[in-house]
Each structure stands twice: as C-alpha cells, then as structure tokens.
Design a protein around this ligand. Structure first.
Ligand code: PFF
Length: 465
C-alpha cells in the first residue's frame, strides 16, 4: 500500500484505509480544514478587502465553486482509491502533472504556516506567563506585535519550536493522539469564540460600527481583488486545490454521501471563519481602525487588547491561544504528513530521511519568511511583498487557481463530469448535479482564468486596485 495512505484520517475505528462512518470522514476533513486559515487569515482579509462585501463574495463562492471543487476532488480520490499523483496518473497519464503541482503547494505552505504557528506559540506562552498587558500596549506608533516580528532571533526561535514539534509528531506517527485531543478541543474553541464575541460586544464602546463594517456589504468597495482574495482564501481554508481532499476521498467508503459531507465541511469551516471575523474585525474598528488594512498581524495586534479589557482576560486569552495552537498544529501535521509521504514514495526513501529532508527545507524557507519581517524587511518581492506574504501570494493566488483550473478542465473535457456524477450518485441522488455540471464545465474555468490573470498582473504590479 502507498505510504501516502498513512495520513491519519481513520476516525478511530482501527481499520486503516477507510473511515469508520460518515461522521469520521467529516470530522477528519474538518480537522484538516480548520486552522490558521480560519482564525488568522480570514479576518485580516475580510478587514482588508472591505468587510461585508468580502464576506458576501466568500460565502457565495463557497456554496458554488467551493462545493463543486470539493465534491470533484473527493470523488476523484474515492474512485481511484489513490493519493493525488497516483489518482491523476490512474485516470490519464498525461495529467499526472496536476497531482505533482498539488504536491508542491503544501511544501511551500508548511514553512510559513509554521512561522505563524510560532507567533501563536509565543502569544500562548506570553499570556500564560502574565505578559498580557504588555502585549496589548502599543509602543509608539507600532503595536507590540509589530515590534516583536522585527526582532531577528526570537520569531525564528518560536518558529523552530513549532516546526520541531510538528516534525517530531509526524516522525513518530503519533498524530492520532493529537487529533483525538483536538476533536475534543474544537467544540470548546467554538464555544469560547462565541463567548468572546458576546463579551466584547457587550463591553466595547463603538463596537457596532465595526459590526456594520463586517456584516453590511458596501458595494462601492467591490473590486476584482475582492474576488481574487476570496477565492484564494476559499482554497486555502477548505484545503482545496492541493490534493488534500483527493487523499481524504481515497479513504471514504462508497455508501457515504459525498454531497452531504461536502456541505457539512463547508458549513463548519465557514462558520468558524465567520466567528473569528466577528471576534476580530469589530474590535479592530473599535480599538485601532488604522490596523484594518495592515494584514497578517491583525489578529495578534487586536486580540490582546480585547482580552486586556476583559474580566479574567489573562485566563481566557491563554485558553484561547492554546486552542488556536492546537488547531494550527493539527493542520501543520497534516501538511507535513502529505509532503513527507510524497517524498517517501517518489524517491523511495525511508520515513525518517524523508522527514529530515522536509524539515530541513521547511526550516530554510521559514527562516527566510521570518527575516523578511526583520533583518531583510527592505526586500520586497515585486516591489510589494514581504517574503512570507510572497509565499502566501504564490500559493494562494497563483498555484491553487492554476491547479483548480486544470482540475476543472480535466474533469470537464477528459474525464467527463458524468464519471464524477456517477461516483457521487453511488450513495443516492446527487441533488446539485445540475449546478455542478454547469459550474465545472463553463463558469469555473472562465472565472478561474480571469482571476488568475488579474492576480498575476496585480502581483507583478502591472495593474493596481
Ligand atoms: N485549511 C488549513 C487552514 O485553513 O488553516 C490549512 C491547511 C491545512 C491546508 C492542512 C492544507 C492542509 F493539508
């Protein structure tokens, strides 16, 4: 059996290679999907790209494009019973490259994902050791976070710690334990987030202005970048266009409904992102609106201020950051596991050597990302991206749309949508068959192509928003 099968998706049933039941599949897929994308990335994009209008575009894309691509990937995985490279090879040798491209994306995401995981670790530790107020206070013009990432060594240290923990868990194959803990913690995280939202709504002055900003679509703020950013976020958050869902599909039993599972993952993933936005965006408007367009540091700049104003904030903040850390860890483990399996299969290496290689590359690329905010902050790729932001841009706005586009073309014209539809219909009637066919054949390829061209032109500075 392919070593890629080792990715830990068995929901505890002992029989590795397929899920024990419907809920097992949904939970495992949601465990991979829910992570920093929802809690860190979604709120800053929503803040940056106009609040309500971004939210609206995101939700619309999620129930149309997101759904279509997700069921297609799961169906390809289940039909072939293989991980991405093998799956495309089995269906048509000429299209193996889509699987290969998909395998490269997690390798590029893992390092910078772990840099952010390092930031979360630092904040969890800081809260735990009584530094909350310090972390909530601006230093001159800059937030504490701004000062922190401009240090050369400290962020590298926390990143190495997070990356090391991920690598050790993958090396010793103990992710099942972590996943079990996380399945219990996830519901706690959701309840905690709801509590924080309610608390901050009741106690923060001016918070409603921010709620309106986040919930009310302002169409004058709509630009093509709203769609580009929302689409990239959709892929990232739902772990689409990087082969992950194909791998998950390969473990799924034939009598489980792909359609219903996709809806549940979608609702769960988008629900958590929505809540995170509700927690962060209005608080940002209330405390420091100038941070709205700042980007990746948003969560770290705003949340300490929320907790600092809260009764028992040090405790609640500690628990919150610990849970985010856990969500980040389960995601980074599944990213690393994917890459390690690919390396192991491709070059016929032992698991230990593969882990070491992936760890080495990740440390190298992650250190670059850290330095891009500190010693090398004068280096701007294409004149605008810090190194970490550049990796984020290349994977989300360029590579994933390319993979999604190729997948749509492949399913529409080579494989034919009927093959996917038949696979989905194995467990009962495919209710959204009509929508699926139209989107995968016509709407998705055209939109993806347009988005890709705009994203690249914007990225290299030919056009600006
Ligand atoms: N979907 C995850 C998130 O939103 O944080 C990121 C991710 C995790 C992508 C695991 C891919 C993956 F395999």
């Amino acid at each position: 059996m392919s070593t890629e099968k080792k990715i830990s998706v068995d929901a505890g049933g002992g029989n590795r290679g397929s899920f024990t039941g419907k809920i097992g599949f949904v939970l495992a897929a949601a465990g991979s999907a829910v992570g920093l994308g929802n809690i860190w990335r979604f709120p800053y994009l929503a803040a940056k790209y106009g609040g309500g209008i971004f939210l609206l575009v995101y939700i619309l894309l999620s129930v149309t494009f997101g759904f279509t691509l997700m069921v297609a990937e799961i169906a390809i995985g289940r039909k072939t019973g293989q991980s991405p490279i093998g799956a495309f090879r089995a269906l048509d040798k000429r299209f193996t490259f889509i699987g290969v491209l998909g395998a490269v994306v997690p390798m590029l995401i893992l390092p910078y994902y772990s840099v952010i995981g390092g930031w979360v670790t630092k904040y969890a530790f800081g809260f735990m050791t009584g530094h909350m107020t310090e972390m909530a206070t601006n230093i001159g013009e800059s937030t504490y976070f701004g000062m922190y990432i401009s240090n050369v060594w400290e962020p590298i240290g926390w990143f190495a710690l997070f990356m090391g923990a991920t690598a050790l868990i993958v090396l010793f194959g103990v992710q099942k334990g972590v996943e079990k803990v996380s399945k219990v913690m996830m519901p706690v995280l959701v309840v905690l987030m709801i509590f924080i939202v309610i608390y901050s709504f009741c106690t923060t002055d001016n918070v409603w202005e921010g709620v309106v900003y986040y919930l009310k679509p302002d169409f004058s703020k709509f630009t093509y970048m709203t769609v580009v950013a929302a689409m990239g976020q959709l892929f990232y958050s739902m772990s689409l266009a990087m082969g992950i869902m194909i791998t998950f599909g390969s473990y799924m039993k034939k009598d489980i409904s792909i359609e219903n599972s996709a809806h549940q993952i979608e609702i769960f993933d988008t629900g958590i992102a929505f809540l995170a936005g509700l927690m962060i965006v209005p608080a940002c408007v209330a405390y420091d609106p100038s941070q709205l367009t700042k980007g990746p540091g948003l969560m770290f700049g705003v949340l300490p201020k929320v907790f600092d104003n809260m009764f028992g904030g040090a405790f609640i903040g500690t628990v919150f950051f610990l849970m985010v850390l856990l969500a980040a860890l389960t995601s980074s483990i599944s990213l690393m596991e994917t890459v390690v399996s690919t390396v192991q299969d491709k070059w016929k290496l032992s698991r230990r050597v593969s882990c070491l290689i992936v760890f080495g590359i990740s440390i190298l690329l992650g250190v670059l990302s850290c330095l891009g905010y500190s010693a090398w902050d004068d280096i701007l790729v294409f004149g605008k991206f810090a190194i970490l932001d550049f990796f984020d841009f290349v994977t989300n706005s360029v590579m994933m749309p390319i993979i999604a586009l190729c997948t749509c073309i492949f399913v529409s014209f080579i494989l034919k949508p009927s093959v996917v539809i038949d696979e989905i219909s194995l467990s009962g009637r495919f209710r959204l068959k009509g929508m699926f066919s139209v989107i995968i054949r016509y709407i998705a390829p055209v939109c993806l192509l347009v988005i890709l061209v705009f994203a690249i032109l914007e990225g290299v500075g030919v056009i600006t928003v």
